[in-house]
Design a protein around this ligand. Structure first.
Ligand SMILES: Nc1ncnc2c1ncn2[C@@H]1O[C@H](COP(=O)(O)OP(=O)(O)OP(=O)(O)O)[C@@H](O)[C@H]1O
Ligand SMILES: [Mg+2]
Length: 285
């Protein structure tokens, strides 16, 4: 994979974020990772990682294969527990919380290897996720009280609305496994949004997409950020995508953060180029 030396940014950072990026103390971090370490036996997959992400930012997390990016997502979302260090969401410690609880607190994710319920319909996949916001008790559900019936109706409408926004309204009753790859990735994002997150973690959302699907996906990420104010943390190997939409990029190599900064700075960072392409390229560039 080549690291483009100069990718044109599609949008300027918003004024508020620009100021915050220039002087981070002005804006409180929404998500803060502090000295996070995760070992798998003798391998340190994430090594004393600290980073912070401001509200409504689009942040990129990049690095060569095996750098520890997905492990960071697993730690943030409670799918894996850290050996040391902490993760704060708006100042609250997420340590020891379950994935369900973290999703309820406002962090949603998609997976590098799509994880839908393949035999369920498109609509059902989203309805299941919507239920994280439902308030009816188990007994109310068994008794099918008017409150539960009303909540079910509202949930279905919400799921249908979300799927319309993703142009999946024609496929509500398809089994998820029968969607195209690009559509499955979109459905995974729709499902994540059904939990009404403050922060959305996307693990290689454009992987396997053709250029047109990839462009649509970039537009979608922009809209989620601009229209709904959702903070985005994006793992992405497609440098054109990550450099064009990120306000800030973090680079991991062998679990260690080797750089962070605005895309234009990261593209010209010799440590980053070396991590991707090796010493030879840096010496002869
Ligand atoms: N459950 C696990 N058990 C043992 N080792 C693991 C586990 N999960 C990840 N690793 C190892 O940790 C390292 C980081 O893996 P991770 O999946 O986080 O990398 P990545 O940056 O997401 O890579 P890619 O770009 O290929 O997706 C790799 O060496 C991987 O083999
Ligand atoms: Mg990964």
């Amino acid at each position: 994979m080549a690291l483009p030396r100069s990718v044109e940014r599609r949008r300027p950072p918003r004024a508020a974020l620009k100021t915050a990026l220039a002087n981070e103390i002005e804006m409180k971090a929404q998500l803060e990772i502090q000295n996070l370490t995760k070992r798998f036996g003798g391998l340190i997959a994430v090594n004393n990682l600290s980073l912070s992400i401001q509200q409504q930012a689009i942040a990129g997390l990049i690095g060569p294969n095996g750098a520890g990016k997905t492990t960071v997502f697993n730690l943030i979302t409670g799918f894996s527990s850290a050996d040391s260090g902490g993760i704060l969401l708006e100042g609250s410690d997420l340590s020891g919380r379950s994935p369900h609880n973290i999703a309820k607190a406002g962090i949603a994710r998609t997976f590098q290897n799509i994880r839908l319920f393949p035999w369920m319909t498109v609509l059902e996949n989203v309805i299941v996720a919507c239920q994280i916001k439902c308030h009816g008790s188990f007994f109310q559900a068994c008794l099918r009280t008017p409150f539960v019936r009303q909540e079910e109706k509202a949930t279905k409408e919400k799921a249908e609305k979300l799927l319309r926004q993703f142009q999946l309204q024609e496929k509500l009753n398809y089994q998820a496994k029968n969607l195209s790859y690009g559509e499955q990735r979109k459905l995974e994002i729709a499902r994540a949004l059904a939990t009404e997150p403050k922060i959305l973690l996307l693990d290689e959302p454009t992987a396997g997409m053709n250029p047109a699907e990839s462009n649509d996906c970039v537009e979608l990420i922009f809209n989620l950020n601009e229209t709904f104010g959702i903070t985005i943390l994006l793992i992405e190997h497609n440098m054109n995508v990550v450099m064009s939409i990120s306000d800030k990029v973090f680079v991991l190599d062998h679990g260690v953060k080797i750089a962070e900064g605005p895309p234009e700075e990261i593209q010209n960072n010799s440590e980053v180029i070396k991590a991707y392409l090796g010493d030879h390229y840096v010496n002869h560039a």
